[in-house]
Design a protein around this ligand. Structure first.
Ligand SMILES: [Zn+2]
Length: 160
C-alpha cells in the first residue's frame, strides 16, 4: 500500500498519515495508510490499493488492476498476492450487489403494497373483493417487512 501511495509523491508521516488527496484543505493529514488499505478520518475515503488508484486516476477497477498488476509483477509481489487482493475486491463488489438487490426488493415490495392499498380503497368496504384485497395487502405488508429485515440485517453485517 505504502509504495503505491509514494508513487504519487505522497509521503506518510511517522504515524502513517498523509494529507488526504480526496478532500480539500486537509492540513492535519487525516488519511491513514495501513498495510493493505487506507482510511481518511476526515472525509471517510476508504479502501485498498485498487480503490486508491481508482480514486487518484478516476478510473475503473480493471484499469487500476492492470496498472498495479504490472507494477507488482515488476516489484516482486507474486501473482498469487495480486490475485488474493483482487479476490477481496470481487467479494466486496458481490456484497454491494447483494445489498443493492435487497434495497430494490424492499422498494418493489413497498410499491406493490401501496398499489394494492389504493386498489382496496376503491372497493366497497366488507365486500368480497375488499376482504380478499385486504388479505393480499397483509401478505404484501409481510413481504415488505421481510425485505426490510433482510436489508437491515445486511447493513448490520456491513458495518459490523
Ligand atoms: Zn479525506
Amino acid at each position: 500500500m505504502r509504495d503505491v501511495v509514494e508513487r504519487y509523491g505522497l509521503r506518510p508521516n511517522r504515524a502513517g498519515f498523509i494529507q488526504c488527496p480526496f478532500h480539500q484543505g486537509d492540513r492535519t493529514a487525516s488519511l491513514k495508510i495501513y498495510k493493505d488499505n487506507f482510511h481518511c478520518y476526515g472525509c471517510g475515503a476508504d479502501g485498498d490499493i485498487f480503490k486508491f488508484v481508482m480514486l487518484m486516476e478516476n478510473c475503473d477497477f480493471k484499469t487500476a488492476f492492470r496498472q498495479l498488476g504490472g507494477e507488482y509483477s515488476g516489484s516482486g509481489l507474486s501473482d498469487a498476492a495480486v490475485l488474493r487482493i483482487k479476490k477481496r475486491q470481487i467479494e466486496r463488489d458481490e456484497k454491494d450487489r447483494i445489498m443493492k438487490q435487497a434495497k430494490e426488493k424492499y422498494i418493489q415490495a413497498c410499491d406493490k403494497m401501496k398499489a394494492k392499498a389504493q386498489e382496496v380503497e376503491s372497493y366497497e368496504p366488507m365486500s368480497d373483493e375488499w376482504c380478499s384485497g385486504k388479505n393480499e395487502l397483509e401478505k404484501l405488508q409481510a413481504a415488505a417487512d421481510d425485505a426490510l429485515a433482510q436489508l437491515l440485517d445486511l447493513q448490520r453485517h456491513e458495518s459490523g
